[in-house]
Design a protein around this ligand. Structure first.
Ligand code: HEC
Ligand code: HEC
Ligand code: HEC
Ligand code: HEC
Ligand code: HEC
Length: 321
Protein backbone atom coordinates (compact mmCIF):
# COMPACT_ATOMS: atom_id res chain seq x y z
CA UNK A 1 0.00 0.00 0.00
CA UNK A 2 2.67 2.47 -1.04
CA UNK A 3 0.86 5.02 -3.23
CA UNK A 4 -2.20 7.24 -2.98
CA UNK A 5 -4.40 5.58 -5.67
CA UNK A 6 -4.02 2.30 -3.81
CA UNK A 7 -5.10 3.92 -0.58
CA UNK A 8 -8.18 5.39 -2.20
CA UNK A 9 -8.98 2.05 -3.77
CA UNK A 10 -8.67 0.42 -0.39
CA UNK A 11 -11.00 2.92 1.22
CA UNK A 12 -13.59 2.43 -1.52
CA UNK A 13 -13.22 -1.32 -1.12
CA UNK A 14 -13.48 -1.20 2.68
CA UNK A 15 -16.50 1.11 2.54
CA UNK A 16 -18.37 -1.05 0.04
CA UNK A 17 -17.52 -4.05 2.19
CA UNK A 18 -18.86 -2.51 5.40
CA UNK A 19 -22.07 -1.44 3.62
CA UNK A 20 -22.50 -4.97 2.44
CA UNK A 21 -21.70 -6.32 5.85
CA UNK A 22 -24.33 -4.10 7.45
CA UNK A 23 -26.89 -5.12 4.84
CA UNK A 24 -26.08 -8.77 5.20
CA UNK A 25 -26.33 -9.03 8.96
CA UNK A 26 -30.11 -9.31 8.60
CA UNK A 27 -29.87 -12.19 6.19
CA UNK A 28 -29.26 -15.17 8.42
CA UNK A 29 -29.21 -17.74 5.62
CA UNK A 30 -26.34 -18.93 3.44
CA UNK A 31 -23.50 -18.32 5.84
CA UNK A 32 -19.95 -18.83 4.71
CA UNK A 33 -17.27 -19.91 7.15
CA UNK A 34 -14.99 -16.94 7.54
CA UNK A 35 -11.26 -17.58 7.76
CA UNK A 36 -9.27 -15.69 10.39
CA UNK A 37 -9.30 -11.96 9.77
CA UNK A 38 -12.24 -12.10 7.41
CA UNK A 39 -15.38 -10.06 8.13
CA UNK A 40 -17.86 -12.35 9.81
CA UNK A 41 -21.13 -13.68 8.48
CA UNK A 42 -21.27 -12.50 4.92
CA UNK A 43 -23.61 -14.79 2.97
CA UNK A 44 -21.96 -16.34 -0.10
CA UNK A 45 -24.33 -14.55 -2.51
CA UNK A 46 -23.49 -11.19 -0.93
CA UNK A 47 -19.76 -11.83 -1.18
CA UNK A 48 -20.10 -11.98 -4.95
CA UNK A 49 -21.46 -8.44 -5.02
CA UNK A 50 -18.40 -6.87 -3.41
CA UNK A 51 -16.68 -4.58 -5.91
CA UNK A 52 -12.98 -5.22 -6.34
CA UNK A 53 -11.22 -1.96 -6.94
CA UNK A 54 -8.25 -2.24 -9.27
CA UNK A 55 -5.00 -2.12 -7.34
CA UNK A 56 -6.56 -2.75 -3.92
CA UNK A 57 -4.78 -5.32 -1.79
CA UNK A 58 -6.68 -8.42 -0.72
CA UNK A 59 -4.77 -8.41 2.54
CA UNK A 60 -5.76 -5.39 4.58
CA UNK A 61 -7.21 -4.82 8.04
CA UNK A 62 -10.78 -5.58 7.00
CA UNK A 63 -10.12 -8.48 4.62
CA UNK A 64 -8.01 -11.64 4.87
CA UNK A 65 -5.82 -9.97 7.46
CA UNK A 66 -4.77 -13.20 9.14
CA UNK A 67 -3.47 -14.84 6.02
CA UNK A 68 0.04 -13.40 6.08
CA UNK A 69 0.51 -13.59 9.84
CA UNK A 70 1.93 -17.10 9.84
CA UNK A 71 5.49 -18.28 10.19
CA UNK A 72 5.76 -19.48 6.59
CA UNK A 73 4.28 -17.64 3.68
CA UNK A 74 3.86 -19.17 0.24
CA UNK A 75 5.80 -16.38 -1.44
CA UNK A 76 4.88 -16.79 -5.07
CA UNK A 77 5.11 -13.21 -6.27
CA UNK A 78 7.73 -10.51 -5.89
CA UNK A 79 5.31 -8.77 -3.58
CA UNK A 80 4.18 -11.84 -1.67
CA UNK A 81 1.21 -14.11 -2.19
CA UNK A 82 -0.42 -13.07 -5.46
CA UNK A 83 -4.02 -14.26 -5.10
CA UNK A 84 -4.87 -14.20 -8.80
CA UNK A 85 -2.22 -16.77 -9.65
CA UNK A 86 -4.62 -19.34 -8.24
CA UNK A 87 -8.00 -17.62 -7.85
CA UNK A 88 -9.69 -16.93 -11.15
CA UNK A 89 -12.39 -14.27 -11.23
CA UNK A 90 -15.74 -15.23 -12.82
CA UNK A 91 -17.34 -11.79 -12.99
CA UNK A 92 -14.89 -8.99 -13.81
CA UNK A 93 -14.50 -6.48 -11.02
CA UNK A 94 -16.50 -8.56 -8.54
CA UNK A 95 -15.51 -10.73 -5.60
CA UNK A 96 -16.73 -13.76 -7.53
CA UNK A 97 -14.21 -16.56 -7.90
CA UNK A 98 -14.12 -19.97 -9.58
CA UNK A 99 -14.40 -22.81 -7.10
CA UNK A 100 -11.18 -24.77 -6.71
CA UNK A 101 -11.67 -28.58 -6.72
CA UNK A 102 -9.90 -30.74 -4.10
CA UNK A 103 -7.58 -31.97 -6.85
CA UNK A 104 -5.37 -28.89 -7.00
CA UNK A 105 -2.54 -30.52 -8.94
CA UNK A 106 -3.21 -28.59 -12.17
CA UNK A 107 -2.94 -25.37 -10.22
CA UNK A 108 0.28 -26.33 -8.49
CA UNK A 109 1.74 -27.68 -11.76
CA UNK A 110 2.04 -24.13 -13.13
CA UNK A 111 5.13 -23.83 -10.94
CA UNK A 112 5.98 -27.18 -9.32
CA UNK A 113 6.07 -29.46 -12.35
CA UNK A 114 9.48 -30.53 -13.67
CA UNK A 115 8.69 -29.93 -17.34
CA UNK A 116 6.89 -26.59 -17.14
CA UNK A 117 8.46 -23.14 -17.08
CA UNK A 118 6.97 -21.19 -14.20
CA UNK A 119 5.39 -17.79 -14.85
CA UNK A 120 7.53 -14.67 -14.51
CA UNK A 121 7.75 -12.46 -11.45
CA UNK A 122 8.51 -15.11 -8.83
CA UNK A 123 10.75 -14.22 -5.94
CA UNK A 124 12.44 -17.63 -5.77
CA UNK A 125 12.47 -20.65 -8.04
CA UNK A 126 9.83 -23.17 -6.97
CA UNK A 127 10.97 -26.68 -5.99
CA UNK A 128 9.92 -29.21 -8.65
CA UNK A 129 8.02 -32.16 -7.25
CA UNK A 130 5.53 -33.22 -9.94
CA UNK A 131 6.69 -35.30 -12.90
CA UNK A 132 5.36 -37.84 -15.36
CA UNK A 133 7.34 -40.82 -14.17
CA UNK A 134 5.59 -43.94 -15.37
CA UNK A 135 7.43 -46.07 -12.85
CA UNK A 136 6.24 -44.03 -9.91
CA UNK A 137 3.69 -45.53 -7.56
CA UNK A 138 3.20 -42.53 -5.40
CA UNK A 139 1.42 -42.02 -2.13
CA UNK A 140 -2.31 -42.15 -2.82
CA UNK A 141 -3.31 -38.53 -1.96
CA UNK A 142 -0.35 -37.27 -4.05
CA UNK A 143 -1.27 -39.60 -6.95
CA UNK A 144 -4.83 -38.25 -6.80
CA UNK A 145 -3.49 -34.69 -7.06
CA UNK A 146 -4.85 -33.61 -3.68
CA UNK A 147 -1.92 -31.37 -2.72
CA UNK A 148 -3.96 -29.37 -0.24
CA UNK A 149 -4.83 -32.50 1.73
CA UNK A 150 -1.40 -31.90 3.28
CA UNK A 151 -0.31 -28.37 2.28
CA UNK A 152 -1.92 -25.01 2.97
CA UNK A 153 -1.83 -23.10 -0.30
CA UNK A 154 -1.57 -19.78 1.54
CA UNK A 155 0.57 -19.84 4.65
CA UNK A 156 1.22 -21.99 7.67
CA UNK A 157 2.97 -22.20 11.00
CA UNK A 158 4.30 -25.61 9.99
CA UNK A 159 7.38 -26.40 7.98
CA UNK A 160 6.86 -26.62 4.17
CA UNK A 161 3.42 -25.05 4.45
CA UNK A 162 2.04 -28.28 5.92
CA UNK A 163 -1.45 -28.12 7.39
CA UNK A 164 -0.50 -30.18 10.41
CA UNK A 165 2.71 -30.82 12.36
CA UNK A 166 5.46 -32.94 10.86
CA UNK A 167 9.08 -32.78 12.06
CA UNK A 168 11.61 -30.90 10.03
CA UNK A 169 14.70 -32.99 10.72
CA UNK A 170 15.71 -36.66 10.85
CA UNK A 171 15.41 -36.80 14.65
CA UNK A 172 12.45 -35.88 16.82
CA UNK A 173 11.54 -36.49 20.41
CA UNK A 174 8.38 -38.60 20.25
CA UNK A 175 4.98 -37.37 21.38
CA UNK A 176 1.73 -38.60 19.78
CA UNK A 177 1.08 -35.27 18.06
CA UNK A 178 4.58 -35.07 16.58
CA UNK A 179 3.19 -36.68 13.42
CA UNK A 180 -0.20 -34.94 13.31
CA UNK A 181 -0.03 -34.81 9.52
CA UNK A 182 0.34 -38.58 9.01
CA UNK A 183 -2.05 -39.33 11.88
CA UNK A 184 -4.79 -37.32 10.17
CA UNK A 185 -5.34 -40.14 7.64
CA UNK A 186 -3.49 -43.09 9.20
CA UNK A 187 -5.80 -43.39 12.19
CA UNK A 188 -4.00 -46.46 13.55
CA UNK A 189 -0.66 -44.63 13.69
CA UNK A 190 -0.80 -43.64 17.34
CA UNK A 191 -1.33 -47.27 18.36
CA UNK A 192 1.33 -48.42 15.89
CA UNK A 193 3.87 -46.15 17.57
CA UNK A 194 2.79 -46.79 21.17
CA UNK A 195 3.30 -50.54 21.55
CA UNK A 196 6.85 -51.89 21.91
CA UNK A 197 5.57 -55.38 21.05
CA UNK A 198 2.92 -56.33 18.53
CA UNK A 199 1.86 -59.18 16.29
CA UNK A 200 -0.63 -57.16 14.25
CA UNK A 201 -0.18 -53.37 14.33
CA UNK A 202 2.59 -53.25 11.71
CA UNK A 203 4.39 -55.45 9.19
CA UNK A 204 7.63 -53.72 10.19
CA UNK A 205 8.41 -56.10 13.05
CA UNK A 206 10.96 -58.72 13.99
CA UNK A 207 8.95 -61.49 15.63
CA UNK A 208 6.84 -59.38 18.00
CA UNK A 209 9.38 -56.54 18.26
CA UNK A 210 7.70 -53.46 16.80
CA UNK A 211 10.36 -51.80 14.64
CA UNK A 212 8.27 -48.67 14.08
CA UNK A 213 8.16 -48.21 17.86
CA UNK A 214 11.87 -49.02 18.11
CA UNK A 215 12.91 -46.35 15.61
CA UNK A 216 10.38 -43.61 16.25
CA UNK A 217 9.22 -43.70 19.87
CA UNK A 218 12.19 -42.34 21.82
CA UNK A 219 13.79 -39.08 22.86
CA UNK A 220 16.04 -39.16 19.82
CA UNK A 221 13.52 -40.91 17.58
CA UNK A 222 14.02 -41.24 13.85
CA UNK A 223 11.38 -39.43 11.84
CA UNK A 224 9.29 -41.03 9.08
CA UNK A 225 11.30 -39.24 6.39
CA UNK A 226 14.42 -41.28 7.13
CA UNK A 227 12.61 -44.24 5.60
CA UNK A 228 9.49 -42.97 3.74
CA UNK A 229 8.91 -40.32 1.11
CA UNK A 230 5.71 -38.32 1.74
CA UNK A 231 5.00 -37.94 -1.98
CA UNK A 232 5.85 -41.52 -2.85
CA UNK A 233 8.38 -43.41 -4.89
CA UNK A 234 8.64 -46.49 -7.09
CA UNK A 235 8.24 -48.55 -3.95
CA UNK A 236 4.59 -49.08 -2.92
CA UNK A 237 5.65 -48.73 0.71
CA UNK A 238 7.15 -45.34 -0.20
CA UNK A 239 10.56 -46.53 1.05
CA UNK A 240 13.51 -44.27 0.35
CA UNK A 241 16.80 -45.18 -1.26
CA UNK A 242 18.40 -42.04 0.15
CA UNK A 243 17.73 -39.40 2.78
CA UNK A 244 19.20 -36.05 3.60
CA UNK A 245 21.27 -35.94 6.81
CA UNK A 246 22.21 -32.30 7.29
CA UNK A 247 23.80 -31.53 3.95
CA UNK A 248 24.84 -35.11 3.21
CA UNK A 249 22.77 -37.54 1.17
CA UNK A 250 22.88 -40.95 2.86
CA UNK A 251 21.80 -44.21 1.28
CA UNK A 252 19.33 -46.76 2.57
CA UNK A 253 19.79 -50.16 1.03
CA UNK A 254 16.48 -51.81 1.81
CA UNK A 255 15.45 -55.21 0.51
CA UNK A 256 12.06 -56.70 1.10
CA UNK A 257 11.62 -60.44 1.52
CA UNK A 258 8.50 -62.60 1.63
CA UNK A 259 8.35 -62.45 5.44
CA UNK A 260 10.37 -59.37 6.37
CA UNK A 261 13.32 -57.43 5.03
CA UNK A 262 16.83 -56.21 5.53
CA UNK A 263 18.44 -52.85 5.62
CA UNK A 264 22.01 -51.59 5.36
CA UNK A 265 22.40 -47.91 6.15
CA UNK A 266 24.88 -45.47 7.52
CA UNK A 267 22.85 -45.63 10.75
CA UNK A 268 23.75 -49.21 11.62
CA UNK A 269 25.31 -52.34 10.16
CA UNK A 270 23.15 -54.73 8.10
CA UNK A 271 19.99 -55.46 10.05
CA UNK A 272 17.38 -58.07 9.21
CA UNK A 273 13.82 -58.60 10.34
CA UNK A 274 11.47 -61.52 9.93
CA UNK A 275 7.93 -61.53 11.27
CA UNK A 276 7.67 -65.27 11.95
CA UNK A 277 11.30 -66.40 12.53
CA UNK A 278 12.86 -63.44 14.33
CA UNK A 279 16.41 -62.56 13.23
CA UNK A 280 19.22 -61.91 15.66
CA UNK A 281 21.04 -58.63 15.02
CA UNK A 282 24.26 -57.48 16.66
CA UNK A 283 23.11 -53.94 17.22
CA UNK A 284 23.52 -52.10 20.49
CA UNK A 285 20.14 -50.76 21.56
CA UNK A 286 18.02 -50.08 24.62
CA UNK A 287 16.43 -53.09 26.32
CA UNK A 288 12.80 -53.62 25.33
CA UNK A 289 9.95 -54.27 27.76
CA UNK A 290 7.83 -57.41 27.35
CA UNK A 291 8.49 -61.01 26.32
CA UNK A 292 9.39 -62.51 22.98
CA UNK A 293 6.49 -64.29 21.28
CA UNK A 294 6.30 -68.09 21.37
CA UNK A 295 6.63 -70.19 18.22
CA UNK A 296 2.90 -70.91 18.39
CA UNK A 297 1.99 -67.22 18.62
CA UNK A 298 4.28 -66.46 15.67
CA UNK A 299 2.64 -69.16 13.53
CA UNK A 300 -0.79 -67.76 14.41
CA UNK A 301 0.34 -64.23 13.47
CA UNK A 302 1.37 -65.52 10.00
CA UNK A 303 -2.19 -66.80 9.46
CA UNK A 304 -3.66 -63.55 10.77
CA UNK A 305 -1.45 -61.50 8.43
CA UNK A 306 -2.59 -63.54 5.40
CA UNK A 307 -6.21 -63.06 6.47
CA UNK A 308 -5.73 -59.28 6.88
CA UNK A 309 -4.04 -59.02 3.49
CA UNK A 310 -6.98 -60.90 1.89
CA UNK A 311 -9.48 -58.55 3.54
CA UNK A 312 -7.52 -55.53 2.30
CA UNK A 313 -7.48 -56.89 -1.28
CA UNK A 314 -11.23 -57.64 -1.16
CA UNK A 315 -11.90 -54.12 0.07
CA UNK A 316 -9.77 -52.66 -2.73
CA UNK A 317 -11.57 -54.80 -5.32
CA UNK A 318 -15.02 -53.73 -4.15
CA UNK A 319 -13.85 -50.09 -4.16
CA UNK A 320 -12.77 -50.50 -7.79
CA UNK A 321 -16.15 -51.90 -8.89
C1 HEC B 1 -0.99 -21.21 -4.68
C2 HEC B 1 -2.38 -21.00 -4.98
C3 HEC B 1 -3.17 -20.02 -4.16
C4 HEC B 1 -2.88 -18.70 -3.92
C5 HEC B 1 -1.71 -17.89 -4.42
C6 HEC B 1 -3.97 -18.18 -3.13
N1 HEC B 1 -4.88 -19.17 -2.88
FE1 HEC B 1 -6.60 -18.99 -1.81
N2 HEC B 1 -7.01 -20.99 -2.08
C7 HEC B 1 -6.23 -21.85 -2.83
C8 HEC B 1 -6.84 -23.16 -2.80
C9 HEC B 1 -6.28 -24.41 -3.47
C10 HEC B 1 -8.02 -23.04 -2.03
C11 HEC B 1 -9.06 -24.13 -1.72
C12 HEC B 1 -8.91 -24.65 -0.34
C13 HEC B 1 -7.84 -25.69 -0.25
O1 HEC B 1 -7.78 -26.58 -1.12
O2 HEC B 1 -7.06 -25.63 0.71
C14 HEC B 1 -8.10 -21.65 -1.60
C15 HEC B 1 -9.12 -21.13 -0.79
C16 HEC B 1 -9.23 -19.81 -0.45
C17 HEC B 1 -10.28 -19.27 0.37
C18 HEC B 1 -11.44 -20.04 0.96
C19 HEC B 1 -11.21 -20.32 2.40
C20 HEC B 1 -10.15 -21.34 2.64
O3 HEC B 1 -9.06 -20.98 3.14
O4 HEC B 1 -10.38 -22.52 2.31
C21 HEC B 1 -10.04 -17.93 0.52
C22 HEC B 1 -10.87 -16.92 1.27
C23 HEC B 1 -8.81 -17.65 -0.20
N3 HEC B 1 -8.34 -18.81 -0.78
C24 HEC B 1 -8.25 -16.39 -0.31
C25 HEC B 1 -7.03 -16.12 -0.91
C26 HEC B 1 -6.39 -14.80 -0.91
C27 HEC B 1 -6.98 -13.57 -0.29
C28 HEC B 1 -5.20 -14.94 -1.57
C29 HEC B 1 -4.13 -13.90 -1.80
C30 HEC B 1 -3.66 -13.19 -0.62
C31 HEC B 1 -5.10 -16.34 -1.98
N4 HEC B 1 -6.22 -17.00 -1.55
C32 HEC B 1 -4.04 -16.86 -2.68
C33 HEC B 1 -5.07 -21.54 -3.49
C34 HEC B 1 -4.43 -20.32 -3.49
C1 HEC C 1 2.82 -19.17 -9.42
C2 HEC C 1 3.74 -20.19 -8.97
C3 HEC C 1 3.32 -21.15 -7.89
C4 HEC C 1 2.15 -21.87 -7.77
C5 HEC C 1 0.95 -21.83 -8.67
C6 HEC C 1 2.32 -22.72 -6.62
N1 HEC C 1 3.54 -22.50 -6.03
FE1 HEC C 1 4.30 -23.41 -4.38
N2 HEC C 1 6.00 -22.30 -4.50
C7 HEC C 1 6.26 -21.34 -5.46
C8 HEC C 1 7.53 -20.68 -5.17
C9 HEC C 1 8.15 -19.53 -5.98
C10 HEC C 1 8.04 -21.30 -4.01
C11 HEC C 1 9.33 -20.95 -3.28
C12 HEC C 1 9.09 -19.76 -2.40
C13 HEC C 1 8.54 -20.13 -1.09
O1 HEC C 1 9.13 -20.98 -0.42
O2 HEC C 1 7.48 -19.61 -0.69
C14 HEC C 1 7.06 -22.31 -3.63
C15 HEC C 1 7.20 -23.13 -2.54
C16 HEC C 1 6.30 -24.14 -2.19
C17 HEC C 1 6.49 -25.09 -1.11
C18 HEC C 1 7.73 -25.27 -0.29
C19 HEC C 1 8.07 -24.16 0.59
C20 HEC C 1 9.40 -24.42 1.27
O3 HEC C 1 9.45 -24.15 2.46
O4 HEC C 1 10.36 -24.89 0.63
C21 HEC C 1 5.37 -25.87 -1.06
C22 HEC C 1 5.11 -27.00 -0.09
C23 HEC C 1 4.49 -25.43 -2.12
N3 HEC C 1 5.07 -24.37 -2.77
C24 HEC C 1 3.28 -26.02 -2.39
C25 HEC C 1 2.40 -25.59 -3.40
C26 HEC C 1 1.10 -26.16 -3.64
C27 HEC C 1 0.49 -27.28 -2.85
C28 HEC C 1 0.56 -25.49 -4.71
C29 HEC C 1 -0.82 -25.68 -5.33
C30 HEC C 1 -1.95 -25.47 -4.43
C31 HEC C 1 1.53 -24.50 -5.14
N4 HEC C 1 2.63 -24.59 -4.31
C32 HEC C 1 1.36 -23.61 -6.19
C33 HEC C 1 5.46 -21.04 -6.55
C34 HEC C 1 4.19 -21.55 -6.77
C1 HEC D 1 0.54 -36.91 2.18
C2 HEC D 1 0.87 -35.53 2.33
C3 HEC D 1 1.35 -34.75 1.12
C4 HEC D 1 0.71 -34.58 -0.08
C5 HEC D 1 -0.62 -35.17 -0.53
C6 HEC D 1 1.53 -33.69 -0.85
N1 HEC D 1 2.64 -33.33 -0.13
FE1 HEC D 1 4.09 -32.03 -0.69
N2 HEC D 1 5.16 -32.48 0.98
C7 HEC D 1 4.70 -33.25 2.03
C8 HEC D 1 5.71 -33.27 3.09
C9 HEC D 1 5.61 -34.02 4.41
C10 HEC D 1 6.78 -32.48 2.63
C11 HEC D 1 8.09 -32.16 3.38
C12 HEC D 1 9.15 -33.16 2.99
C13 HEC D 1 10.36 -32.97 3.86
O1 HEC D 1 11.18 -32.12 3.53
O2 HEC D 1 10.45 -33.65 4.85
C14 HEC D 1 6.40 -31.99 1.30
C15 HEC D 1 7.20 -31.15 0.52
C16 HEC D 1 6.73 -30.47 -0.62
C17 HEC D 1 7.46 -29.44 -1.34
C18 HEC D 1 8.84 -28.91 -0.99
C19 HEC D 1 9.88 -29.75 -1.67
C20 HEC D 1 11.28 -29.23 -1.41
O3 HEC D 1 12.19 -29.72 -2.11
O4 HEC D 1 11.47 -28.41 -0.54
C21 HEC D 1 6.66 -29.05 -2.39
C22 HEC D 1 6.98 -28.01 -3.42
C23 HEC D 1 5.45 -29.86 -2.34
N3 HEC D 1 5.54 -30.70 -1.24
C24 HEC D 1 4.41 -29.76 -3.24
C25 HEC D 1 3.36 -30.66 -3.32
C26 HEC D 1 2.43 -30.72 -4.44
C27 HEC D 1 2.47 -29.84 -5.64
C28 HEC D 1 1.55 -31.73 -4.14
C29 HEC D 1 0.41 -32.24 -4.99
C30 HEC D 1 0.76 -32.79 -6.31
C31 HEC D 1 1.92 -32.26 -2.82
N4 HEC D 1 3.03 -31.60 -2.38
C32 HEC D 1 1.23 -33.26 -2.14
C33 HEC D 1 3.50 -33.90 2.11
C34 HEC D 1 2.57 -33.97 1.08
C1 HEC E 1 -4.64 -37.21 3.08
C2 HEC E 1 -4.50 -38.53 3.68
C3 HEC E 1 -3.11 -39.05 3.98
C4 HEC E 1 -2.10 -38.43 4.69
C5 HEC E 1 -2.11 -37.05 5.31
C6 HEC E 1 -1.01 -39.39 4.78
N1 HEC E 1 -1.36 -40.55 4.13
FE1 HEC E 1 -0.16 -42.19 3.88
N2 HEC E 1 -1.62 -43.10 2.75
C7 HEC E 1 -2.88 -42.58 2.51
C8 HEC E 1 -3.65 -43.53 1.72
C9 HEC E 1 -5.09 -43.35 1.24
C10 HEC E 1 -2.79 -44.64 1.48
C11 HEC E 1 -3.11 -45.93 0.72
C12 HEC E 1 -3.59 -46.94 1.73
C13 HEC E 1 -4.12 -48.20 1.09
O1 HEC E 1 -4.11 -48.32 -0.12
O2 HEC E 1 -4.53 -49.05 1.91
C14 HEC E 1 -1.52 -44.34 2.14
C15 HEC E 1 -0.43 -45.20 2.16
C16 HEC E 1 0.76 -44.97 2.85
C17 HEC E 1 1.90 -45.87 2.90
C18 HEC E 1 2.04 -47.18 2.12
C19 HEC E 1 1.70 -48.36 2.93
C20 HEC E 1 0.22 -48.60 2.92
O3 HEC E 1 -0.35 -48.69 4.02
O4 HEC E 1 -0.34 -48.73 1.83
C21 HEC E 1 2.84 -45.29 3.71
C22 HEC E 1 4.20 -45.86 4.10
C23 HEC E 1 2.30 -44.02 4.15
N3 HEC E 1 1.03 -43.85 3.61
C24 HEC E 1 2.98 -43.14 4.96
C25 HEC E 1 2.53 -41.86 5.31
C26 HEC E 1 3.31 -40.88 6.03
C27 HEC E 1 4.73 -41.08 6.50
C28 HEC E 1 2.52 -39.77 6.18
C29 HEC E 1 2.88 -38.45 6.84
C30 HEC E 1 3.93 -37.69 6.15
C31 HEC E 1 1.25 -40.04 5.52
N4 HEC E 1 1.28 -41.32 5.03
C32 HEC E 1 0.19 -39.13 5.43
C33 HEC E 1 -3.36 -41.36 2.93
C34 HEC E 1 -2.62 -40.40 3.63
C1 HEC F 1 13.55 -47.07 10.17
C2 HEC F 1 12.71 -46.96 9.01
C3 HEC F 1 11.26 -46.53 9.21
C4 HEC F 1 10.77 -45.43 9.89
C5 HEC F 1 11.54 -44.40 10.70
C6 HEC F 1 9.34 -45.42 9.65
N1 HEC F 1 8.98 -46.50 8.88
FE1 HEC F 1 7.13 -46.95 8.24
N2 HEC F 1 7.82 -48.72 7.41
C7 HEC F 1 9.16 -49.08 7.32
C8 HEC F 1 9.28 -50.34 6.63
C9 HEC F 1 10.59 -51.08 6.33
C10 HEC F 1 7.96 -50.74 6.29
C11 HEC F 1 7.55 -52.00 5.52
C12 HEC F 1 7.38 -53.19 6.42
C13 HEC F 1 7.11 -54.46 5.63
O1 HEC F 1 6.07 -54.53 4.94
O2 HEC F 1 7.93 -55.40 5.69
C14 HEC F 1 7.07 -49.69 6.80
C15 HEC F 1 5.69 -49.69 6.66
C16 HEC F 1 4.85 -48.61 6.97
C17 HEC F 1 3.42 -48.55 6.73
C18 HEC F 1 2.57 -49.69 6.15
C19 HEC F 1 1.82 -50.43 7.28
C20 HEC F 1 2.75 -51.16 8.25
O3 HEC F 1 2.98 -50.64 9.36
O4 HEC F 1 3.25 -52.25 7.93
C21 HEC F 1 2.99 -47.31 7.14
C22 HEC F 1 1.57 -46.76 7.06
C23 HEC F 1 4.14 -46.61 7.66
N3 HEC F 1 5.25 -47.43 7.56
C24 HEC F 1 4.09 -45.33 8.19
C25 HEC F 1 5.15 -44.73 8.86
C26 HEC F 1 5.06 -43.44 9.54
C27 HEC F 1 3.81 -42.57 9.58
C28 HEC F 1 6.28 -43.20 10.10
C29 HEC F 1 6.69 -42.02 10.98
C30 HEC F 1 5.90 -41.86 12.20
C31 HEC F 1 7.15 -44.33 9.76
N4 HEC F 1 6.43 -45.22 9.02
C32 HEC F 1 8.49 -44.45 10.15
C33 HEC F 1 10.21 -48.35 7.81
C34 HEC F 1 10.12 -47.21 8.58
Amino acid sequence: MKNIPNKIALIVFAVSLSLLLAASLKAEDQKVTPEPGMPEKIPAERLKEIVLEPGASCINPSCHAGMEKKKYLHAIGIDGMKCDRCHEIITQGRHDFKKIPPETVTLCSQCHRADTIPPEGLKKSPPKVISEDAENKPHKPFAEGKCTACHDAHSSDNYKHLKLPYPEGVYASYKPDTYGLCLDCHKDLEKKLAEPRTLSLTMFRNGNVNLHYRHVNKTKGRTCKVCHSPHGLKDPLLLNETFLFGKRMLTVDFEKTETGGQCATSCHRLAKYDRYKPEFNFIKSDPLPGENATVKELEQSRKDDIEREKEKQNKLNTEKQ
